[in-house]
Ligand binder design. Structure first.
Ligand code: FES
Length: 318
């Protein structure tokens, strides 16, 4: 994995927000300002032991004295969430500067924010920002139960409490078909949460006629992929003409690294977009959750950490 530029931050506060969900307030160790960010941004957190994980910032982007993230301890995680929960106050960790692949659309007339579970983090940041801008928005937050809902007090005490609608599986679940029934011109939809929740929201929106360019989403984890039929293929490096074979059980990133060609990576599962690479020829077999369906259909870029090829060769703009 390529090491990205990182900075040290101190965990100023670690707090329980709901069962299994901890928030972490990260500050500059010397008390300085942190790089600014926009609503929807995330940081890479470099955990002791070498794991790198992405977490959305959930504080208001007007703040420069801290970054706030929240992490759900996931029993099925590959070590990231458990490693985060093991961190303690005053411990220093390294993070990347904020990056944003989940931006609010400029000039939207209205924003409809939908969060499922821990997907509330970027949505909360968006709500804070839109409220401070005096923008028109509505937030819907779905969780299993009231007891498992993070940030309830912050939402209830916030300036935009009247625009927040809580839905719980065991009490007033979200009626997505009703909420999304009539897409209004200028309204943009933002959704973040577990893959099944997001797919449900996006499919409901598409069925109701929402245009793709007004649907915005950020996945946390890639859906399981059946790799049993994966075959080998080749990639050609456009700048040098070198052709590299990719074995059936090998990622493009790994095959390139073995030949000394480094592609920046972070999540290594098609979620973050860090490895995005232009494709000059050939047809990618997209396995990521990062590109939109329209972007995938264009076939001019792919995520070599997980995606493969439908043609015998891909020519990469490297
Ligand atoms: S490294 Fe995250 S999408 Fe490839």
């Amino acid at each position: 994995m390529t090491t990205l530029t990182t900075r040290a931050v101190r965990i100023a506060r670690k707090a329980d927000q709901a069962p299994g969900i901890c928030s972490f307030e990260l500050v500059d160790p010397d008390g300085g300002a942190l790089p600014s960010f926009s609503a929807g941004a995330h940081i890479d957190v470099h955990l002791p032991g070498g794991l790198v994980r992405q977490y959305s910032l959930c504080n208001n982007p007007v703040e420069t004295h801290r970054y706030l993230i929240a992490v759900l301890r996931d029993p099925a995680s590959r070590g990231g969430s458990a490693g985060m929960h093991d961190l303690v106050e005053d411990q220093c960790i390294r993070i990347s500067d904020p990056k944003n692949h989940f931006e609010l659309a400029a000039h939207a007339k209205r924003s409809l924010l939908l969060a499922g579970g821990i997907g509330v983090t970027p949505i909360l940041c968006m709500a804070e920002w839109l409220a401070s801008e005096g923008a028109e928005f509505e937030m819907h937050y779905c969780t299993r139960s009231r007891a498992r809902t993070a940030f309830v007090e912050r939402l209830a005490a916030g300036s935009f409490a009247s625009r927040v609608h809580l839905h719980h599986d065991d009490e007033q679940p979200l009626d997505a078909a009703k909420l999304l029934a009539a897409p209004e011109p200028g309204t943009h939809l933002y959704v973040c949460g577990p893959t099944r929740f997001m797919d449900w929201v996006l499919e409901t929106a598409r069925a109701a006629g929402w245009p793709e360019d007004r649907l915005h989403r950020e996945y946390f984890a890639a859906a399981p992929i059946d790799t049993r039929d994966d075959g080998s293929f080749e990639v050609q490096i456009a700048s040098t003409g070198i052709v590299i074979g990719i074995a059936a059980d090998q990622t493009v990133v790994a095959a390139l690294a073995a030949r000394g060609i480094e592609v920046q990576t972070s999540c290594e599962q098609g979620v973050c977009g860090t490895c995005l690479t232009r494709v000059l020829d050939g047809v990618p077999d997209h396995r990521d959750m990062y590109l939109t369906p329209d972007e995938q259909a264009k076939g001019d870029q792919f995520t070599p950490c997980c995606s493969r090829a439908k043609t015998a060769r891909l020519v990469l703009d490297l």
